[in-house]
Design a protein around this ligand. Structure first.
Ligand code: SAM
Length: 329
């Protein structure tokens, strides 16, 4: 399932938060500031209804771990998918050796585990909006990595961490994120795994909420304020708003010079409506166009209105994913 995006569901499956290990919902705070905790001190609960997922198909060859299997409790997060494969390819192309890496919205830990198992970073620090997920990522590190690949270099911000609000100036050389790019459907109260797919635009002031980029916009505002010059943000993004919006409005206007690390075309999930994008196109009389494709090679473009018609007719629809690295200037 994607970063909220294509495979996002409005109907919840298997979502019983009652067994959520809320005991871990504690943010260690000193003077109101969240504290970075070494992984050895993080309480890792049982995840009794987790599904075992084999990442072998999507892990780049450079990964040198002990196993390719993670635990995914679907009530809290999604199973890695096309989006995850794209981001891993982008991370494979990034220079992360010796870097202090932070991951915002770590989920089950796939990206941080890959970085630890192939890049030799100086440290990796994980956090997520759902308090269950930083401990889950650390649990999965223990499954997939050799102790020498993670011991002493993994840290967590426990509890509920909204985007990069925990990060202090100069703390990270690189911050990685793949966070939702679909606004909350009307009437859906977000909980559990919904946060892997949707965000509430009322909580994030951004001129890019119409494009589903509000959460990423606020994230890049925060990172622009806390990265040193030359520090980098690596983000996985749907190409639907168009490359120009991503490069200029999202990255450059937030003070980060972008370059594309990886791009690919993926199928749009047929169950997810793009009618809100079609509505924006109609309201601007075609002045604002979203980017979809008829074909898996991404050679025949179409707008959201056409994509929505094809989707409703059961015809395939595709869109691009870009992994973009923005360098603080
Ligand atoms: C699509 S999942 C991606 C998980 C992981 N980064 C990956 O690529 O496998 C999005 C993640 O972002 C988290 N998230 C959603 N809203 C967030 C926010 N405001 N701050 C931090 N994390 C958030 C979700 O809980 C979820 O773990």
């Amino acid at each position: 399932m994607s970063p909220g995006l294509d495979t996002a569901r409005t109907v919840r499956e298997d979502q019983q938060i009652s067994d959520s290990p809320r005991a871990i919902e504690r943010t260690r705070a000193l003077n109101g500031q969240p504290q970075r905790v070494p992984s050895a001190d993080v309480h890792i609960p049982d995840y009794p209804r987790a599904t075992q997922v084999d990442l072998g198909e999507i892990l780049p060859d450079s990964f040198q771990g002990e196993s390719t299997e993670i635990d995914v409790p679907r009530q809290f997060t999604f199973e890695p998918d096309h989006w995850s494969a794209a981001l891993l390819s982008g991370l494979d192309a990034a220079d992360l050796d010796g870097m202090r890496v932070g991951e915002v919205g770590v989920g089950a830990g796939t990206n941080s585990i890959f970085i630890l198992g192939s890049k030799n970073p100086a440290s990796v620090t994980v956090a997520d909006y759902l308090p269950e997920l930083a401990p889950l990522a650390i649990h999965n590190m223990g499954k997939m990595l050799r102790p020498d690949q993670y011991e002493g270099k993994v840290f967590a911000y426990e509890g509920q961490q909204d985007l990069a609000s925990f990060a202090s100036p100069g703390e990270f050389d690189v911050v990685v994120a793949c966070v939702p790019q679909m606004v909350r459907p009307e009437g859906l109260e977000l909980e559990g795994a919904d946060f892997a797919h949707y965000y509430d635009p009322d909580q994030y002031q951004s001129r890019l909420n119409d494009s589903g980029l509000g959460l990423n916009d606020v994230l890049l505002q925060q990172l622009s304020a806390c990265l040193d010059v030359g520090g980098r943000a690596i983000i996985n993004l749907a190409g639907r708003p168009g490359k120009d919006v991503l490069m200029n409005q999202l990255f450059r206007e937030n003070g980060l010079e972008p370059r594309i690390l990886h791009e690919r075309v993926i199928p749009h999930h047929n169950g997810t409506s793009v009618s809100h994008m079609a509505t924006i196109e109609a309201a601007t009389d075609g002045g604002r166009q979203f980017e979809f494709f008829e074909d898996p090679a991404g050679e025949i473009p179409m707008n959201a209105s056409t994509a929505e018609r094809r989707r409703l007719d059961g015809e395939p629809v595709f869109h691009k994913i870009y992994v973009i690295e923005g360098k603080k200037v």
